[in-house]
Ligand binder design. Structure first.
Ligand code: AKG
Length: 414
């Protein structure tokens, strides 16, 4: 192993004995050298040694290095992970995926590359994307990428479910008082003056009618075809504040199966929530467009996230620091909003990780424990297909899907 973490990488050959995908996926020597230097500075000598062997074609070393990086990613809270370890994880995914692809195990190779995209850093992002392209291209020659029939029988789109039943589950007082204002084809000028500058929510109607997603995403066969083999993170359980809640990594196909199965919806509500799916699947990214409103205030897009799940998913009352346009592509959602000015009455959690979530469970409010919550004014709405809700920064929001639903959020900062 090179204690200086780098020099031996510079004149390196592609992994030995791998004229195929492993060679194509092998990261550039300069990048690996820079990475090795950073990981050495973090004390990861064993990792650097294994990575070097992986680069020389040692498959067991590649897996060992991937294991070491994985442990680093899971050693504490996500925000405290040293960024170099995320890059390190991505590097090991490239090597490991290459070995699997050369063995003909393309699904495993794709899964590993997706894990690299989901959990890896930015250094090797393009390499991972190129790897996905290579593996998908090879899969076309085999059985991958075809209609696997998971969604057979629902050609007309997603089953709408029983909406009136779901409406009964809304928190008491919903849809009875102040509704969020609705504006058809809202001009940029009016958006800025009446909503953005005043920090007021608004539902925009007719602003995303041109998105191909509006028609394409109703067809589950299309979704399965473009993303079925991809691995995605999902949330399982009532909501992220509940004890039995967990996260899983599953294929998009498996997720679709769970979303359309009434049985699994009852037992294990699975929500593909707050995931930058469009950074992962280019076809889906091509189906949407960043609304011009998102550049208001000279801002920059922070993230574009997918929120896809069955009827009954709940995102509990919380706030985010960014401007948000929540675009409803398929199905309907109920959204309730409280202004930032009454934060204290919403009893924010005191732990650092949950500081932006309310302790008040809107689905079962305990007024003895949270007396200041009683009678608080809010605005709410049902966000229908093709509509977009502007949520100003720090406004508290509670969201419940009334049907199977696919939404996209655009967060931007100024
Ligand atoms: O749609 C949801 O379930 C939650 C959306 C949300 O919280 C957001 O866009 O910030």
């Amino acid at each position: 192993m090179d204690e200086q973490g780098g020099a031996t990488w510079m004149n390196r050959e592609p992994p030995r004995g791998s004229a195929g995908v492993a060679a194509a996926l092998s990261p550039a020597a300069e990048k690996t050298a820079a990475l090795a230097e950073k990981i050495t500075a973090e004390g990861g000598f064993a990792f650097v040694g294994s990575l070097e062997k992986a680069a020389g074609g040692d498959r067991a070393a590649a897996e060992a290095a991937r294991e070491m990086a994985w442990e680093q990613l899971h050693a504490g809270p996500w925000h405290s992970v040293v960024p170099a370890w995320r890059d390190a994880y991505a590097a090991t995914c490239l090597y490991a995926a290459g070995f699997h692809a050369d063995d003909g195990d393309l699904p495993e190779a794709l899964k590993i590359l997706d894990l690299g995209l989901i959990m890896g850093g930015l250094l090797l992002r393009e390499d991972l994307e190129r790897g996905v392209e290579i593996v998908l291209e090879r899969s076309k020659g085999g059985s991958g990428g075809e209609d696997r029939g998971v969604c057979a029988g629902i050609l007309g789109g997603i089953d709408r479910g029983n909406e009136s039943e779901v409406l009964r589950d809304l928190p008491p007082g919903s849809l009875t008082s102040n509704m969020v204002g609705r504006q058809f084809s809202l001009s940029m000028e009016r958006f800025i003056c009446d909503y953005f500058q005043r920090g007021c929510p608004v539902v925009m109607v007719g602003s995303i009618d041109h998105w191909p997603a509006l028609t394409k995403w109703k067809d589950l066969r299309y979704l399965e075809q473009v993303a079925g083999d991809r691995t995605v993170p999902v949330e399982v359980g009532k909501n992220y504040l509940c004890d039995e809640w967990k996260q899983e990594l599953i294929t998009f196909s498996e997720f679709l199966k769970r979303t359309i199965s009434p049985e699994s919806c009852k037992t294990d509500m699975t929500y593909l929530a707050q995931h930058p799916l469009f950074d992962q699947v280019q076809e889906l990214r091509n189906d949407i467009m960043v609304p011009d409103y998102c550049f208001t205030g000279g801002g920059e897009i922070q993230s574009i996230n997918a929120w896809f799940g069955p009827a009954g998913t709940v995102t509990p009352l919380h706030h985010d620091p960014h401007h948000n346009l929540l675009a409803q592509v398929v199905g309907k959602k109920y959204v309730r909003l409280y202004p930032a000015s009454i934060s204290a009455e919403l009893y924010p959690h005191t732990e650092t990780m949950l500081y932006n979530s309310s302790q008040v469970d809107l689905d079962s409010v305990d007024l003895e424990k949270f007396p200041k919550f009683e009678g608080l004014e809010f605005v709410d709405c049902i966000l229908a297909e093709g509509e977009m809700l502007y949520i100003p920064p720090l406004w508290w929001h509670y969201v419940r899907s009334l049907t199977p639903s696919f939404s996209v959020s655009f967060w931007w900062a100024t």
